[in-house]
Design a protein around this ligand. Structure first.
Ligand SMILES: Nc1nc2c(c(=O)[nH]1)N[C@H]1C(S)=C(S)[C@@H](COP(=O)(O)O)O[C@H]1N2
Ligand SMILES: [Mo]
Length: 317
């Protein structure tokens, strides 16, 4: 995973919260200012996205979200290519987020398939503004829309053998040109310990900025785990399986010395090829923006540190 600088964002692109609710005017303003590349414009104009409202959550950060155009044009979604611009360029026309089913199975008393429309109605939607810290040493603030994954987990009734949750995401070569590249042993798989998956911060996510998820951000549903490196937040989920043994996640499989199972944001454990002590904030500054120090658990330590009491997080990275 390389750090690319081409998409560094000018301060003028930071969008006040009141404005991103008026999506059209944001896009028009960006167009007028010449800020959007051709792909961003095409994607933004082609799909008048469906609204998806959520009640404001007390678990939101007070930080200002990045502009919608930043979050939807600078993405990691290797199924559509390894460049940050690839998902916005290809996913809007290639990924078909409907019809969509998610299998929820394994060590549960009530295994079953859920239709996306059923999942949308399962629990009240919340708007959660979270920091997300990518392992590539950038971070971004996004207003997600979803509800705690725990809402779904409770309904399927995990058995006493369920110790971990394994997430599998779509791998369809017809929709995903990135599968031709062997960077990852597809499908993309991620995992959490059951208590991490049940934690109230772990969000089953269906939207952002008051709209349904754009394809490039993981439509029609993804996970967002704000205290872990971004790759734990698996996109376009098709299966949630409860298991007894710790799953091997895709990045761990491809480079075990670089990516561990836990992947908690930790400024004192460097990636073998770069420091994790600081980060660039997307939508803030540009090339010359000051780096900000990375916080333990991405700043969510008060809520999550207890999950790891007594663990050596240098060894269990
Ligand atoms: N299926 C899938 N999920 C994925 C990825 C991916 O390549 N494939 N990339 C991850 C990484 S590395 C990050 S940082 C986040 C980025 O989410 P965003 O593009 O919506 O900001 O998605 C994660 N989820
Ligand atoms: Mo990432």
């Amino acid at each position: 995973m390389l750090i690319r600088r081409r998409s560094d964002i000018a301060p003028s692109e930071i969008t006040p919260v009141a404005v991103w609710r008026e999506r059209r005017s944001v896009v028009q303003a960006a167009l007028a200012a010449g800020l959007l590349g051709a792909t961003g414009v095409a994607a933004a104009q082609k799909q008048p996205a469906a609204r998806l409202a959520g009640r404001p959550s007390a678990l939101s950060t007070m930080e200002r979200p990045a502009a919608y155009e930043v979050v939807t044009n600078y993405c990691n979604f290797y199924e559509f290519g390894t460049e940050k611009e690839d998902p916005a360029q290809h996913a809007p026309k290639l990924l078909r987020p409907r019809p969509w089913q998610v299998a929820v199975d394994g060590e549960v008393r009530r295994p079953r398939n859920f239709d996306i429309d059923e999942l949308l109605k399962l629990a009240p939607m919340e708007e959660r503004i979270y920091r997300l810290r990518c392992v590539e040493a950038w971070s971004v603030v996004v207003p997600w829309v979803g509800y705690p994954l725990a809402e779904l987990i409770r309904r399927v009734e995990p058995t006493g053998n369920a110790k971990y949750v394994e997430f599998t995401t779509l791998a369809d070569p017809k929709q995903m040109p990135g599968l031709q590249s062997r960077v990852i042993d597809w499908p993309y798989v991620e995992g959490l310990r059951l208590d991490e998956a049940m934690h109230p911060l772990t969000l089953l996510t269906f939207g952002l900025y008051g709209e349904v998820l754009p394809n490039q951000n993981g439509a029609p549903l993804r996970i967002v785990v704000p205290w872990k490196y971004g790759f734990k937040s698996a996109k376009s989920l098709v299966r949630i399986r409860f298991v007894e043994r710790q799953p091997v996640n895709s990045w761990q499989k491809s480079a075990p010395s670089e990516y561990g199972f836990y992947s908690n944001v930790n400024p004192s454990v460097d990636h073998p090829r770069w420091s994790q002590a600081s980060e660039r904030r997307l939508g803030e500054g540009g090339l010359f923006s000051r780096r900000r120090p990375t916080l333990m658990f991405n700043g969510y330590g008060e809520q999550v540190a207890a999950l790891y009491a007594g663990m050596d997080l240098k060894r269990l990275f």
